[in-house]
Design a binder for this molecule. Structure first.
Ligand SMILES: CC(C)(COP(=O)(O)OP(=O)(O)OC[C@H]1O[C@@H](n2cnc3c(N)ncnc32)[C@H](O)[C@@H]1O)[C@@H](O)C(=O)NCCC(=O)NCCS
Ligand SMILES: Nc1ncnc2c1ncn2[C@@H]1O[C@H](COP(=O)(O)OP(=O)(O)OP(=O)(O)O)[C@@H](O)[C@H]1O
Length: 203
C-alpha cells in the first residue's frame, strides 16, 4: 500500500531535525526540505547560476559551492529578494521532495519542512505534526548550534509563520521544552500511534 505522508514542521530551532532523527531511527522514510534546498543549488545546477547572476560572485565559495552565509545575510534583510529566491527554489525543492517520497516503503513517510505552512507544502501531507517551543528557547538553541547572532535568528523568525498560524494546521503538537530523552520517548509514542492509522487522517 502507498504510504501516507506526515508533514513535520516548526520554526527555526524548534527541534524538527532532532525529532526527525528519532523517526528515521525507527525506520520511517524521511525527506527534509532543508536538505532538498541544498541539492537544488549544488554546483552545476541552473539555480546556482541564477543566484550568482542576481547577487554577484560573492555568492560563491572558492570551491564553487554556494556561500550560504552570504545568501542568508542578503535574503533575511530584504523581503523582496527573499521572495525572488523562494520563487526560484520552491518549485525545484517541491520536485525533489516528490521524487524522494515516491520511493518510500515504510507504512508512512515524513516530509520535514520549516515552511510547510507558508509554502503550501502541507497539501502534500495527510497529517501535520508541529514541533513547538517557546521563542526564547528557539533563539537560544539556534545561536548555540549555528554560532550566529540572536538578531539574525530573530530576523529569520520574522520571515516565518507565527506560532498560532502554524498551530492552526496541526493535527498533533509536540512541545519540545524538555530534555532530549523525553523527546525520544514522545516520538516513540507518536510513531506507535501513526502505525495504527491508515491514510493518516483518523484522530
Ligand atoms: C538562505 C540559505 C542559503 C541559508 O542557508 P543556511 O545553511 O544558513 O540555513 P538552512 O538552509 O540550513 O536553513 C536554516 C533554517 O532557516 C530557515 N529558513 C530557510 N529559508 C527560509 C525562508 N525562505 N523563509 C523563512 N525561513 C527560512 C528555516 O527555519 C531553516 O530550517 C537557505 O536557507 C536557503 O537557500 N533558503 C531558501 C530556500 C528555502 O526557502 N528553504 C526552506 C525550506 S523549503
Ligand atoms: N529538547 C532539547 N533539549 C536540548 N537541545 C535540543 C532539544 N531539542 C533540540 N535541541 C537542540 O537545539 C538545536 C536546534 O534543534 P534542531 O536542529 O532539531 O532544530 P530545527 O527545528 O531542525 O531547526 P532549523 O529550522 O534551523 O533547521 C540543535 O542543536 C538540537 O540538538
Amino acid at each position: 500500500m502507498k504510504p501516507w505522508i506526515l508533514g513535520l514542521t516548526g520554526g527555526i530551532g524548534s527541534g524538527k531535525s532532532a525529532v526527525a532523527q528519532h523517526f528515521i531511527d525507527l525506520g520511517v522514510h524521511t525527506v527534509d526540505a532543508d536538505h532538498a534546498a541544498r541539492w537544488v543549488v549544488e554546483p552545476g545546477r541552473p539555480a546556482l547560476t541564477k543566484i550568482v547572476e542576481r547577487f554577484g560572485d560573492e555568492m560563491l565559495l572558492a570551491d564553487g559551492n554556494l556561500n550560504r552565509a552570504a545568501l542568508r545575510a542578503k535574503i533575511f534583510q530584504d523581503e523582496s529578494e527573499r521572495r525572488w529566491l523562494e520563487a526560484l527554489l520552491h518549485p525545484l525543492i517541491g520536485q525533489e521532495i516528490n521524487d524522494y517520497l515516491a520511493q518510500a516503503e515504510s507504512p508512512y513517510a515524513i516530509l520535514v519542512s520549516p515552511l510547510l505552512v507558508e509554502s503550501g507544502q502541507y497539501h502534500m501531507a495527510q497529517r501535520v505534526l508541529v514541533v513547538d517551543a517557546p521563542e526564547a528557547l528557539q533563539v537560544q538553541r539556534t545561536v548555540l548550534r549555528d554560532s550566529t547572532s540572536p538578531e539574525q535568528v530573530e530576523a529569520i523568525l520574522k520571515a516565518q509563520a507565527n506560532r498560532e498560524e502554524r498551530l492552526r494546521h496541526a493535527h498533533d503538537i509536540l512541545v519540545n521544552d524538555r530534555d532530549l530523552g523525553w523527546l525520544k520517548s514522545e516520538v516513540e509514542r507518536l510513531h506507535n500511534f501513526y502505525l495504527t492509522l491508515r491514510g493518516g487522517r483518523e484522530s
